[in-house]
Write a new protein. Structure first.
Length: 318
């Protein structure tokens, strides 16, 4: 098995890392999925990554039909609207790697195309957006971790993806604990992304405040209880993941970056999903419930809901 065509659905931070790595592979066809005005803009302007302009091909879903390898790197809220495009793209021999945050994108996509097409994966890349596009440090990026749901873990498909990424600058490794790795990153996002977003401070707050650490630990305990109830042993991924990447204390992760930009966040994919799973399993999630509603309220604030002028009817305290 050899991968000769790759489509990227979602050219944000994660998609940019993939495009950056594969753009110089002359033995594959690389395309970004887009339609309408966005297709015209990407065809004309390309993608700016680490200060360099890249011009992958731009395909409609119909033009990408039966591509060898589809990488889905959308924001969570965009996934429902993209399912029809995914159905059009995926053919009999297409493998799909979802590099979205959260723990249920593979399940959502599999409901449309079948689980056999899915290669579970997670990406760890600390990127940020500047006026000229996305930036990340290739050397310190941990990269893409992937593997089959079950044995044989060193499948022909896994070997083909390794060959695809080899020598590209993309950091990668395969594992027999792909689902545990997905949950390991999910825990990182829930526990590091969310409390910081409410406080509006850099990640140094977890080191420098016992109160922030207590909130972080409360979220962690709820998540790990749900994972255990689902038969997922995150410690298997912990043993493989190493120390992680060093980040400056002022670093602001994606949820806070979204709020800073006045955008809606992926909180439904984080605490929202944990609340749903907790209800299904009978596991209380008070830390996640509070976090969910606080971040939703911050989104409402960004939307202008609380931009009071002093001319409104008074409210009554009780």
């Amino acid at each position: 098995m050899k991968i000769t065509s790759v489509a990227v659905l979602g050219a944000g931070a994660v998609g940019s890392y993939v495009i950056w790595g594969l753009a110089d592979r002359e033995d594959i066809k690389l395309g970004v999925i887009a339609e309408g005005e966005r297709k015209e803009r990407l065809s004309r302007q390309g993608c700016v990554i680490n200060g360099k302009v890249y011009h992958p091909e731009v395909w409609t879903p119909e033009e990408a039909e039966n591509v060898d390898f589809l990488i889905v790197s959308l924001k969570y809220g965009a996934l429902p609207g993209a399912l029809e495009s995914i159905r059009k793209i995926v053919g009999k021999d297409t493998s799909v790697m979802s590099l979205m945050n959260g723990v249920d994108s593979e399940e959502i996509i599999a409901e449309q195309i079948g689980k056999s097409h899915i290669l579970p994966a997670v990406i760890k890349v600390a990127s940020h957006r500047e006026a000229d596009g996305y930036h990340f440090d290739p050397e310190t990026t941990l990269g893409i971790i992937f593997g089959e749901y079950e044995a044989p873990y060193e499948s022909e498909r896994v070997k083909a993806v390794k060959e695809l990424f080899a020598g590209t600058g993309i950091h990668y490794r395969s594992t027999e604990y792909a689902i545990e790795e997905v949950w390991c990153k999910f825990r990182l996002n829930v526990c590091n992304n969310l409390p910081q977003a409410i406080l509006g401070a850099g990640v140094g707050c977890y080191r420098d405040s016992e109160h922030m650490k207590a909130i972080q630990n409360g979220l962690k305990k709820e998540l790990e209880a749900i994972a255990e109830a689902k038969g997922i042993d995150i410690s298997k991924a912990d043993r493989m993941s190493g120390r992680g990447s060093a980040v400056p204390p002022m670093a602001r992760y994606s949820t806070l970056q979204d709020l800073d930009a006045g955008c809606h966040t992926e909180i439904d994919m984080f605490s929202g999903a944990l609340m749903r799973m907790g209800k299904e399993l009978g596991i209380p999630t008070p830390y996640n419930e509070y976090t969910y509603h606080m971040i939703k309220a911050l989104e409402e604030k960004n939307d202008g809901r609380f931009a009071y002028t002093g001319e409104e009817e008074p409210t009554w305290s009780k």
